[in-house]
Write a protein that binds this ligand. Sequence first.
Ligand code: PEP
Ligand code: MG
Length: 605
Amino acid sequence: MFPVPDSLRKGERIFRGIPVSSGVCRGRILVLRRIRPNIEIRKLHQDEVPAEIGRLEQALVQTRHQILEVQRRVSQAMGAEEGNIFEAHLLVLEDRTLIDEVIRVIKDQKVNAENAFHTVAERYASTLAAIEDDYLRERAADMRDVTNRVLNNILGVEPEVDLRHLKEPCIIVSHDLTPSNTAQLDKQNVLGFATDVGSRTSHTAIMARSLRIPAVVGLQNGSEEIESGDYALLDGFNGVVIINPTDQSLYEYGQLLRKQVTLQERLRDVQDKPAITLDGHRLLLSANIETAADTAEVKNNGADGVGLFRTEYLFINRGRPPGEEQQYEAYREAAAALSPMPVVIRTLDLGGDKFMAHNPIPQEMNPFLGWRAIRFCLQERDMFREQLRAILRASAEGNVKMMYPMVSGLDELNQANALVEEYKAELRAENIPFDENLEIGVMIETPSAVIVADSLAKRLKFFSIGTNDLIQYSLAVDRMNEKIAHLYEPTHPAIVRLIKATVNAAHQHQIPVSVCGEMAGDPVLTPLLLGLGIDELSAAPAVVPSIKFIIRRLKLSEAQALAEFALSCESASEILGRCQELAREIAPDLFEAKEEYGGTPPPAS
Ligand code: PEP
Ligand code: MG
């Protein structure tokens, strides 16, 4: 049990949110109150106006230097891609429309720089924050982050808490934690953090996972109700913060931590072993990545390669798309780092909920049914050409494969393949090497792709089932909408049968099928997927050891019996129940950190 001073035993309070970075920590809370610089309005004389514009410009330059410094430190600590998050911040500072408007307000209304800047920037941020879109809300957070820096610089004040130098270990609680706050965290002293707002896709959550700091977001009003100095337990597995935990809670978490340590040791034991069942069936177990830097995690977690390289992350948070060279460098780096293991690069899947900072995609009524993925690429030919050439060139440097997302029929496949042939001819003419036998596959993410899977299979080298989208499109359940999350059922009989139909079509044409959606990262569902005949699973690097662990404790015959039951069953909950039963029976140790297991949560993209 952990020692807790008596003075801190004030009665347990439990706050629940969304788990975004796993792990458990305990310690004192430091609440970061929202620091609002005091923005007074001061009327200017005409002759004061130039000096006021000078104050603004000086603060903008100073802010730019600070952000470049943060970016440099983040790139050093976490890799260039994480550093790129700050590109969006730099773009705010370079936004001429914003700055010219601030200058106009100073000149026309004759008000001080901080007041003009605050008024204009807050209007921009509130407009973004009001749009029902997680991505744009995150951009509002970016905007406010930069705005606060600029205001502090105009006013010449230091932020209240310097997160780089904390005096003692603590759990940070805050309304929000901006990307630049997160990047500055003194990792030695930050045990974990919790915020009132945020989602799994927020930059802060992404960074928490990269830094491996346990984190919970979406506590709603935690930062108002929790006090600095409170003693707390933060459970990043289940999304729980317990203030003034009772002896019983401390004991239970102490037990859980001990089990976690034992489990981690067991997982480490299987890490370098193959994903093979007790009766000798070998599965390919790959990892999903977003940046070339993630390849280190692929190796550390003992994956057999990359089954899904989501290339959108090279594009989002950026003012302009990365060109051919920049993409080539990223793809080449990943391919070379993992060679001879395969790296499946997915062509751009922009649209839906993923956009560039300067978004070429207009607002749509149904973005997930709209101008997205392969549909977008086939029309934005220049951008697609740069990407296809970059992937082809990288194929000379390792074991690269390529797949198209959200294909709904043969026509899109034929058009994309024709472009690939055209760019191969260009590269040949330029004497630039590439793999002439580059394998091309498609993601099976739409019901129509499953129905015409035999036509697709004839023309392809592999399928990869994107269950995140296949579930949303087949069950007509928006994967981002928490109100209908209970309808998002990976074990729905329709999904089980669609997966089986895809496997049948692929195997008839002797091509392998992978699953790279979140279903592949859920150990409860591993036996079902194996039993349905899936040849490869590709999941987040951190969950690869758990999936391998369960595969190595399973018999293919047990998995096949489960799949046979699922194919004949008419109820999603019964199928899930059987999956849970089998998984818990063969690998109980995997499920002890979750207080209550409800199946696969709806995935964030
Ligand atoms: C999927 O849809 O399952 C998938 C892997 O693609 P994304 O989550 O990027 O849409
Ligand atoms: Mg998808």
